[in-house]
Design a protein. Structure first.
Length: 372
């Protein structure tokens, strides 16, 4: 009888909680039960409720990737979305499988990063056929001239990134042209291919002369791979015969930095594209050869992509393409406490993500208590 009394008391307590309107706990930024049904006035109904988003990235899990994913996740959760992130470590087969799996699940939208031209169209179209919304980053969608106009494709302005970095490079040697350069680059990746277009122009104009071109073969350890390759190449060039190393991607630049430090080559300067906390720390080192990098805040890219996806879910118009403008970060601008969070304090305009921030998005942030 005592056990029966305890059970009855528990049941009564549960009934009282339900009668008083007790709300269930939330999980992953998304309320469940009756809380999910509370609609906000002034917010499109299509972005309220159980909204699940997948963000899938076809690059290694480096600092840049982590910041991009953090931007997308933080903004999505600020809207009350449930955001899942996936990384394929630059494995195209794994990447396509991750996208295919996401399409089969109950996601309402996809953010896809770094899909290749030879498969992107066929990979993404099934998502659109299912009624999903899609935003891509650094992905070229082109199948024999056919595109997917319902997808918004976002890019860094890679031509400007290359121009800013190369102007910084040649500016290091005002009395010498062409500057003698070891180029860190490989083809087949849309942003690197676009950067190469500007690099070729500087070659043709006689501003730079390429001594060597080095690219990674081990994408599980890009920094280590490039470090060993640059070290081997430097042995061929005595001091004074190389002016600079240009890194079209900062993961490669970090490997070059290691090679320069280990070989004691203080005569060579390093200029790159993209930035991370690790890059900033290396640029701040005493006597660092890393003098400048051109970059877009990767967190801002993730934020903008999530806003565009939210607008698509809401049925609002979005552009077919959108480019994010880069900034040049010089070593001399960096302070002892500079990092990716406060870089805006020394680089005017850094990390500004003001586009596509609709009033209804601010209402969602107020509800979920998060701010990007």
């Amino acid at each position: 009888m005592k056990k029966v009394g305890i059970v009855l008391a528990a049941l009564v307590a549960l009934w009282v909680l339900a009668a008083c309107g007790a709300k269930p706990a939330t999980e992953g930024g998304q309320p469940s039960g009756s809380a999910a049904n509370e609609k906000l006035q002034g917010v499109p109904e299509e972005v309220q409720g159980n909204i699940k988003i997948a963000v899938i990235r076809n690059l290694p899990s480096d600092d840049h990737t982590k910041q991009f994913l953090d931007g997308a996740r933080s903004e999505g959760e600020a809207f009350g979305f449930k955001v899942d992130t996936f990384i394929s470590e630059n494995d195209d087969a794994k990447f396509q499988e991750l996208v295919a799996q996401a399409i089969q699940k109950d996601y309402r939208g996809l953010i896809i990063s770094h899909g290749k031209k030879d498969y992107a169209y066929d990979m993404i179209k099934p998502a659109l056929d299912k009624g999903m919304k899609v935003v891509t980053f650094d992905t070229v969608i082109d199948k024999n001239g056919a595109t997917l106009p319902d997808v918004t494709t976002t890019f860094q302005n890679d031509h400007m990134l290359a121009t800013l970095s190369l102007e910084a490079l040649v500016g290091q040697f005002p009395n010498q042209q062409p500057a003698r350069v070891i180029k860190l680059w490989f083809g087949g990746v849309p942003p690197l291919d676009r950067r190469e277009e500007i690099y070729k122009q500087y070659e043709q104009q006689g501003k730079i002369k390429t001594l060597e071109t080095i690219g990674p073969t081990n994408f599980q350890d890009v920094q280590g791979d490039i470090a060993s390759k640059v070290s081997a190449v430097l042995a061929k060039y005595p001091p004074g015969s190389v002016d600079a190393i240009w890194g079209s991607w900062d993961e490669m630049a970090k490997g070059a930095y290691k090679a320069l430090e280990e070989s004691g080559r203080k005569d060579i300067r390093l200029i790159s594209i993209d930035i991370s906390n690790q890059d900033i720390n290396l640029m701040r080192e005493a006597g660092s050869p890393w003098v400048a990098t051109a970059a877009v805040d990767p967190k801002a890219i993730g934020i903008i992509d999530m806003r565009l996806l939210a607008k698509k879910l809401a049925g609002e118009p979005t552009p077919e393409t959108y480019e994010l403008e880069p900034k040049l970060v010089n070593r001399d601008q960096l302070k002892p406490d500079t990092n990716m969070t406060n870089l805006k304090d020394v680089v005017p305009g850094w990390g500004e993500a003001v586009d596509f921030d609709e009033p209804w998005m601010k209402l969602l942030r107020e509800k979920y208590g998060k701010h990007s």
